[in-house]
Design a protein around this ligand. Structure first.
Ligand code: GUN
Length: 166
């Protein structure tokens, strides 16, 4: 791994994420709300909002997963990121997060609650931010099983197998 990537990991003390990549939670609001008050099927209390730094490095990927909140992605540093999104109705969207608007890259993008999504860096590494409201909780996080997801969305079969580990 390059010294730059090692320095980012060390500076932020990033941990491996179960979906792939490395992360550090940088914000968790002290304001809590009962999950039952939200309209998205959460149970138990949730922080109003959370944010992480997320690092993707080459030859790896963030596998297809979904959460119960919208997730706002922010581009910070490195190479562009491709984010593959499959919405519950089967609509597929490719988001390219980056800083070059001339190449259809965007600084910010929203992955809607309940969509399946996976991502990877287009180069050596990408450093991004992910903000979630209501705040992130692993109880709302589901990692896809490739075979099951491919059966639900057969048109995306190849993509799904490329971005699932089991
Ligand atoms: N905290 C731990 N994992 C995650 C994640 O995947 N997304 C967000 N936004 N926060 C997290």
């Amino acid at each position: 791994m390059s010294p730059r990537i090692e320095a980012i990991q060390a500076t932020y003390q990033m941990m491996p994420h179960p979906e792939g990549g490395f992360y550090k939670e940088t914000y968790r609001s002290d304001i809590e709300i009962e999950g039952e008050l939200f309209s998205n099927g959460m149970t138990g209390n949730r922080s109003c909002s959370t944010a992480i730094l997320f690092l993707l490095v080459q030859n790896s990927f963030s596998a297809f997963h979904k959460i119960k909140s919208d997730e706002v992605w922010h581009f910070y540093d490195g190479d562009p990121v491709e984010i593959h999104v499959i919405e519950p109705n089967g609509n597929y969207q490719l988001i390219r997060l980056g800083k070059n608007a001339l190449r259809n890259e965007v600084f910010q993008a929203v992955v809607p609650a309940g969509a399946w999504f996976a991502s990877k860096t287009e180069g050596e590494y990408s450093l991004v931010g992910c903000t979630v409201a209501p705040g992130f909780d692993f109880a709302d996080f589901e990692l896809a099983k490739g075979e099951r997801l491919a059966a639900e969305f057969p048109e995306q079969r190849e993509l799904i197998y490329a971005f699932c580990r089991d």
